[in-house]
Write a protein that binds this ligand. Structure first.
Ligand SMILES: *Cc1c(COP(=O)(O)O)cnc(C)c1O
Length: 387
């Protein structure tokens, strides 16, 4: 295992801080390192592994498609792509008529920002403090953390940041401004697992209509069952103009998408595109993953297990805990001190978790995780908090 990590650290760009653990295999909610040690995986590839690691339905679909056709230009049509587009539009939270397929969350956000400018003819954006939308220049322009933005400025101009869950601040930001779109998460992920309030999000939808700005919802992390509904928008009856998704969409194969509300019609030809976007391999994986999510009722499972897990964590009653919060199986434990040492201690106990900001331990397990596995996670959290 040392050999693997030494080479990876030596040759990788350096952008990632790496733990000296090499993960080589997974199944369901578990992963194993190169020395055979087992972990319960509450990182899930940053929330990607919704259907579990080595999901047989997804593996089968990938293998079959690989033998058939891996790439098909977007200037031509393809059977699995057509099928996926139809499925995406049919499961979307509201009257969505079309979708744009790409390869990551940041790419979905980039496409949505361009669409907002194209549709409205305006240029500015409003985003939330503590929001996260990706690392490419456009997406980064709407991302809150200064440490990510400032070293690579100038970014896309005209982005206003407002406090999350503050409707009046949003109203002021939209007043008399040249705003093409408002971009928000329904539950802020990187920002600390902060659920948006229904009244707030519905209020923004109305404000956007009033100001002829597009309401762009970033469900890259919350989509595909994570929060206990297929899309987090469904908790509050939101019908945004553009809905960005990625992470869990294709069972772990890189893919992103922007779902486009029917009220926007079709986008003008040639103003955007992607070589790999909507490639048949990713489409086949997505079809298998989404069907699995629906057939296995994973959104309902996330709602039930998430409520159970929240209760277990709240029951730990440690004086180090400020708040336990979440929606479905998107859960955060906010501490009164830095989360890092506790996340490290959890790795030693065979539980992988990730931070969300400096003080929050975040859990994004595969939605196939069992109640017993969640019990073990909660026990391990209790041990490191009391230890
Ligand atoms: C992860 C994430 C992104 C960026 O996705 P990438 O695939 O890493 O580019 C954007 N928005 C949200 C809410 C995310 O959680």
């Amino acid at each position: 295992m040392r050999d693997i990590c030494e080479r990876e650290v030596k040759y990788e760009s350096g952008f990632y801080r790496k733990r000296p653990v090499a993960l080589v295999r997974g199944e369901g909610a578990r992963v194993w390192d190169a020395e055979g040690r087992e972990y319960i995986d509450c990182i899930g590839g940053h929330g990607v592994a919704v259907v579990g690691h080595a999901n047989p339905a997804v593996a089968e679909a990938i293998a079959a498609q690989a033998r058939k056709l891996l790439t098909c230009p977007n200037g031509y049509c393809n059977d699995v792509r057509a099928e996926l587009l139809e499925l995406l539009v049919s499961i979307a939270p509201g009257d969505f008529g079309r979708a744009f397929l790409c390869n990551s969350g940041a790419e979905a956000v980039e496409a949505a920002l361009k669409m907002a400018r194209i549709v409205t003819g305006k240029t500015g954006f409003v985003a939330a403090m503590r929001g996260f939308h990706g690392r490419t220049l456009g997406a980064l322009s709407c991302t809150w953390r200064k440490e990510y933005r400032e070293p690579v400025e100038p970014l896309v101009p005209g982005v206003t940041f407002v406090p999350y869950n503050d409707l009046e601040a949003m109203a002021r930001a939209l007043e008399g401004n040249d705003v093409a779109g408002v971009i928000l998460e329904v539950v802020q992920g990187e920002g600390g697992v902060i659920p948006g309030k229904g009244e707030y999000l519905r209020g923004i939808e109305a404000l956007c209509r009033e100001h002829n700005a597009l309401f762009i919802v970033d469900e890259v992390q919350t989509g595909f069952g994570r929060t206990g509904k297929m899309f987090a928008c469904e908790h509050y009856g939101l019908e945004p103009d553009l809905l960005c998704v990625a992470k869990g969409i294709a069972g772990g194969v890189p893919m992103g998408a922007v779902l486009i509300h029917r009220r926007l019609g079709r986008m003008p030809a040639r103003l955007h595109g992607s070589t790999f976007g909507g490639n048949p391999l990713a489409c086949a994986a997505a079809l298998a993953a989404i069907r699995y999510i629906r057939e296995e009722g994973l959104p309902r499972r996330a709602a039930e297990l998430g409520a159970y897990f929240l209760e277990r964590l709240r029951g730990l009653s440690s004086p180090l805990v400020r708040e336990v919060r979440g929606l479905g199986l998107m859960v955060g434990v906010e501490l009164k001190r830095a989360a890092r040492p506790f996340i490290d201690a959890l790795v030693d106990k065979g539980v992988l978790t990730l931070p969300a900001g400096a003080t929050v331990i975040r859990f994004l397990p595969p939605l196939v995780i069992s109640r017993e596995e969640l019990d073990r996670v909660a026990e391990a959290v209790g041990e490191v908090l009391h230890g």
